[in-house]
Write a new protein. Structure first.
Ligand SMILES: C[S@@+](CC[C@H](N)C(=O)[O-])C[C@H]1O[C@@H](n2cnc3c(N)ncnc32)[C@H](O)[C@@H]1O
Length: 231
């Protein structure tokens, strides 16, 4: 429904700063900016998409909500053409982690300490984390949501100019951050990872192969679960 959000997009909306000049890259239906405008969190929004159909859909939805005067629509690839507009908070949501990383890399103005990026990768989360950390971005927060049988990750990041490294554990399971607001969802995500790791372990054992790597993976996931549960 227009004007309300599912849990995935709600977890992204909560990262947008009050009073932000906001852009939604790959807006599609436009639900995120519509929600932010209606809730009063932002006053103006840029809605962009590389495809005409989705951009037209977002325009129809914005019009039907009476918000057209507060929105600008751009048929563009990525975020490069949005430089110089004073945009403070960008959302790039509902795309693969590799595409999100490519969009950031193609828009040098996003490497600005005053700019916040709200990212919601549907796949290749580890690739996106690796790109961010090795390109001078800091991961400020991560949040998991659960909707219609799936876990979704939202990442809040900004440029710091300091490149770092994440371990393979951190790339896959995320840096160790507080999960106060999303403890149940993060636990569900970890348990899903554990089930997959256990299946891989059993497969190796049943096939008579060495399962050292799978055992180590299980140990790492269990350590995260134990930490989350405060044991
Ligand atoms: C699955 S939809 C996600 C819509 C919305 N952001 C969400 O999370 O619900 C992905 C949208 O990104 C757009 N898109 C894909 N590649 C893009 C690019 N390089 N630049 C801008 N938009 C892009 C697609 O046309 C599509 O509308």
């Amino acid at each position: 429904m227009i004007g309300s959000l599912d849990k995935r997009l709600l977890s992204c909306a909560e990262y947008v700063r009050a009073g932000a000049v906001f852009a939604d890259i790959g807006t599609d239906h436009g639900y995120l900016p519509i929600f932010l405008l209606k809730s009063g969190r932002i006053v103006r929004a840029y809605l962009s998409d590389v495809n005409e159909g989705p951009l037209a859909a977002s325009k129809r939805n914005v019009e039907s909500e009476g918000l057209i005067d507060r929105c600008e629509f751009l048929l563009i690839d990525g975020a490069r053409a949005l430089a110089g507009k004073g945009i403070t908070d960008y959302a790039i949501c509902g795309m693969g982690g590799e595409l999100i990383a490519r969009i950031i890399e193609d828009a040098p103005h996003l490497k600005d300490e005053a700019v916040r990026l709200i990212l919601q990768p549907m796949t290749k989360q580890e690739h996106l984390r690796e790109y961010l950390i090795s390109s001078g971005f800091s991961i400020l927060d991560e949040r998991y949501s659960y909707d219609s049988g799936k876990y979704y990750l939202a990442v809040l990041t900004e440029y710091s100019g300091v490149s770092g490294l994440l371990t393979s554990e951190e790339l896959e399971l995320g840096p160790e951050l507080p999960h106060d607001g999303d403890r149940a969802e993060y636990l569900g995500f970890l348990l899903g990872k554990r089930r997959a790791a256990e299946k891989a372990y059993r497969g190796k054992i049943d096939g008579g192969h060495s399962a050292d790597a799978e055992m180590e993976r299980l140990r790492i996931i269990d350590k995260r679960i134990a930490k989350l549960q405060g044991e």
